[in-house]
Design a protein around this ligand. Structure first.
Ligand SMILES: *Cc1c(COP(=O)(O)O)cnc(C)c1O
Length: 863
């Protein structure tokens, strides 16, 4: 019988143990093993049965067990200690507060809003699909650990992403279990009177769209999740937050309106109700939340005395846009007509002219499509600061989006990079951290380098014993999952005896887990099945492979790859050495990384913007075996693992088959001749000394770099604080943003009159010696602009055979004299420090202390 309504009855805990409810309500438990241990102690079997979900656990403990625990002073004492620990974690000064006290004159934003369509925090809050979500979760957790005042903004999806299982034939099956928010670690935002806080968005034809706001407590960080599944909404609106990355184009647009426009409104409500400071910086991740910039323009222009251009400047100064993928399919594009419909006069942001919105997302550059509205393009136009997520990705993004700044070389496209990181307390097995703690490393201490350096002192046998235990745990978990999967696939228990022997805790274990878009090449390892089989079944030096990954439900190509892999792994002769584990999620990932010796990644370079799974493996004593892409391209060292040579040169660009052949052959060779021999090269105690040397180096040198705390500190120093600084500068002057906007308009309007008319040089002839100084005089026409509006520069450097300046450097030129008619002379010098072909030119750029990059206005005048 179907219930007509459902609700959840919350358990009543004994008074002495009431703190357990608070510990369960703050997601800090998910990265705090001592809190998890308290839950496990209640009932270890139940704890595993409920999938390590504290709320479910507390709801299912028997009254008798509660009475027993409440009468146990030792347990009650431990609960009180952990509760006190959480209280000080939530309120004590942390890195951000200490750094601010040490540098009171620097800019420290009072609050930063972090927008993402997905957040991966724990398996019990399944609101993520892959890398972007895991990264967002790690960002919030690291911000919490550092005391950085961030507020997360996202959507609460009724079904999250899908759960993956396999059909008998190995075809991916998707299911969408209903998530009841009352059973999730969330609380509903209420106002002072106890009324549910609700935001409303005007829709083109129909009543306003309403959404309630759930708050997840991620340590110190509140995460606001908007939810339209409420009775006041008509049915179609209730479905807007049904699932992550589902539905058609219009569905996606509605979700993104909710995230961007609704997200800003939710932040305002949250600040008003809780007294939290208003965000000074808005960080938007990928284009999905881009409409937040339009909403902020609406807010500023609503009073009637601020115009669009002024609001745009105010918004841009305080907005950071991070692009996360160089794969074109990963970038949201909508038909212009749809945007016109939802953001027009009767749309979500009334008062903001729809033509101006459309212009923000227009692909009005060479090769652009005039019919589409591009969310990434809007992201760049609405944010004064933008970045990619590794150095290589920054470089690739500058090339990809060069069309937005056509007058500039790729190197000057204003997209910087901050390399991603991972949250160690979430991903590092406690047994691994204990190895360094035994050598005096302080895991919670401020000196991160010292903690990771302590691994260099861990004795080989200790490392090896721990790795064996972790491999063993993975093997147990994999067998359990394999059995469940085969039962679902229709196998009888009598057929599954082999699973007890599947995988071996003493065999070199290679992990490969990630989403399955084509560029990640799940099946590259199957390129030559005979060779793979030989590696798996090698009589002395076998390897075993643990594989996992979900294909997007609409991606049949990806599902075929999974099926191909599953079929290979099903074969009787290899099934004890290669397994595909369905439903890759945080719960599967957590024992997977520590259990692996090698982490394999073979994307098509350069499509892996950063990648983070290899970082998690490295922190757990894993070596990377990877194409030099993303973070691995940046930080690879021979002691950290092996680069798979990539055949990504221009010759093979048009021959993907040949490229796959070459890269797969290189992969097999590396495993056969380098990886396996080193792993099995053991001493009389069974310890592989050289291998362990590599692990120690990886921990000590790579460890501190790949941390999410490093990443968040980089964001604070390089993007958040400078953005808040600019925003405050604009706000400090009565007409700051208006002045900047009108200055920009004036400079753009007058730019056709700006010319470098004549350049003279002295100090050298056709041949110069190192040590000579080149003196340059330039005569520049500025038309209606004055010298203070511009910067004049000598651009110089080595020249190539085409007279192009490469390795460019800049030397400023100073105003020497002004003449009638808006003409001026500027002088500058370049000392010649290097022999070889040298070239220079002179250019004029707009200059204003409130600009971030030379290319910001997109204009330049060259000699
Ligand atoms: C780390 C992680 C990812 C992202 O891994 P990439 O290397 O960035 O592809 C995806 N899913 C889960 C469950 C993860 O833990």
């Amino acid at each position: 019988m179907r219930a007509i309504r459902r609700f959840t009855v919350r358990p009543v805990l004994p008074d002495a143990l009431a703190s357990l409810g608070e510990l369960a309500a703050n997601l800090r438990w998910s990265w705090h093993p001592p809190t998890q241990a308290l839950f496990e102690e209640i009932d270890a079997e139940l704890w595993h049965a409920v999938g390590h979900d504290p709320l479910r656990l507390l709801g299912e403990v028997s009254g008798a067990r509660w009475a027993e625990l409440a009468a146990d002073p030792a347990y009650v004492g431990r609960v009180a200690d952990v509760r006190a620990g959480l209280a000080s974690y939530l309120t004590d000064d942390r890195w951000y507060q200490r750094a601010r006290a040490a540098q009171p004159d620097a800019t420290w934003p009072a609050s930063i809003a972090y927008f993402s369509p997905e957040f991966g925090i724990t398996a019990v809050l399944p609101q993520y699909s892959g890398g972007l979500g895991i990264l967002a979760g790690d960002h919030l957790k690291a911000a919490s650990d550092l005391g950085v005042p961030i507020v997360g903004v996202g959507l609460l999806y009724r079904h999250g992403y899908f759960k993956q299982s396999l059909s008998h034939e190995g075809w991916q099956q998707e299911s969408y279990p209903v998530l009841d928010p009352d059973e999730l670690p969330l609380s509903l935002l209420h106002d002072e009177e106890g009324t549910r806080a609700t935001i409303a968005i005007r829709m083109p034809d129909g009543p306003d769209l309403l959404a309630r706001i759930w708050v997840a407590s991620v340590g110190r960080v509140p995460l606001l999740l908007l939810d339209t599944d409420i009775e006041e909404n008509p049915e179609p609106y209730r479905l807007i937050t049904d699932r992550l990355y589902g539905g058609n184009t219009e569905h996606r647009l509605r979700q993104e309106l909710l995230l961007g426009v609704g997200g800003v409104r939710a932040l305002r409500l949250h600040a008003r109700i809780t007294g939290a400071p208003e965000p000074e910086v808005f960080h938007t991740n990928e284009g999905h939340a881009g409409f937040l910039g339009v909403e902020r323009i609406r807010e500023l222009t609503a009073g009637g005395d601020v115009d669009f251009a002024t609001a745009l400047e105010a918004g841009r100064a305080s907005t950071v846009f991070t692009t996360h993928t160089p794969v074109p399919a990963g970038i949201d594009r909508f038909p212009r007509s749809l945007v016109e419909q939802y953001l027009g006069d009767h749309g979500a942001t009334p008062g903001v002219a729809v033509d101006q919105v459309l212009a923000l997302g227009a692909e009005d550059y060479d090769g652009g499509d005039p019919g589409v509205f591009n969310m990434a393009v809007m992201g760049f136009r609405l944010a004064q600061r933008a970045n990619g997520v590794s150095q290589l990705h920054g470089h690739v993004s500058r090339g990809m989006f060069n069309g937005l700044w056509p007058a500039f070389d790729e190197a000057e496209v204003p997209i910087t990079s901050i390399t991603n990181g991972v949250h160690a307390p979430t991903w590092v097995a406690p047994e691994v951290a204990a190895l360094a703690e035994a050598q005096g490393g302080d895991y919670d201490g401020d000196d991160v380098e010292a903690f990771w350096a302590a691994f260099a002192k861990v004795p080989g046998p200790d490392v090896w014993r721990t790795k064996r235990a972790l491999r063993g745990r993975l093997v147990d978990d994999a067998r359990r999952r394999l059995r469940k999967s085969w039962e679902r696939r229709g196998a009888a228990p009598a057929e599954l005896g082999w699973i007890d022997e599947a995988l071996d805790p003493d065999v070199l274990t290679i992990g490969f887990a990630r989403r399955v878009p084509s560029y990640k090449r799940l099946t590259l390892m199957l390129r030559d099945p005979g060779r793979l089989k030989a590696l798996l079944l090698h009589p002395e030096r076998p390897v075993q492979l643990v594989v996992a990954g979900k294909a997007h439900p609409a991606d049949d190509g990806g599902k075929r790859l999974i099926q191909e892999l599953v079929r290979f792994a099903d074969a009787e002769d290899v099934r004890h050495r290669i397994v595909f584990l369905p439903n890759y999620d945080i719960a599967l990932a957590q024992p997977l990384y520590p259990g692996c010796d090698v982490w394999l990644n073979n994307p098509l370079r350069p499509y892996e913007a950063c990648g983070t799974s290899g970082m998690k493996a490295a922190l757990n004593g894993g070596l990377n075996l990877s194409i030099l892409d993303g973070w691995w391209d940046e930080w690879y060292e021979p002691e950290f693992g092996w680069p798979i040579p990539s055949a990504d040169g221009p010759v093979l660009a048009g021959d993907p088959d040949k490229r796959d052949d070459l890269e797969a052959a290189a992969l097999y060779d590396l495993i056969e001749t380098e990886v396996a021999p080193r792993f099995y090269d053991v001493d009389h105690e069974g310890v592989p000394g050289r291998w362990i040397e590599m692990l120690r180096h990886t921990w000590a040198s790579l460890g501190p770099k790949v941390l999410a705390t490093r990443m968040v500190r980089d964001y604070v120093a390089q993007l958040y604080a400078p953005a808040a600084h600019n925003a405050r500068q604009l706000a400090a002057q009565p007409d700051g943003a208006r002045t900047l906007a009108s200055w920009k308009a004036r400079v753009r309007g007058a730019w056709p009159g700006v010319r470098v008319e004549h350049v003279e040089a002295e100090g050298i002839g056709d041949v110069a010696e190192v040590g000579a100084v080149l003196h340059v005089h330039s005569y520049v026409a500025l038309g209606e602009l004055s010298p203070s509006d511009v910067a004049v520069q000598i651009v110089h450097g080595r020249v190539d055979a085409d007279d192009d300046i490469v390795d460019t450097e800049l030397a400023p030129m100073r105003l020497v004299e002004s003449y009638d008619g808006g003409r001026h002379r500027f002088d500058g010098e370049v000392p010649l420090g290097r022999s070889g072909p040298f070239g220079y030119t002179v250019r004029v750029l707009p200059a204003n202390p409130l600009l971030v990059a030379p290319a910001e206005l997109g204009v330049v005048a060259l000699a």
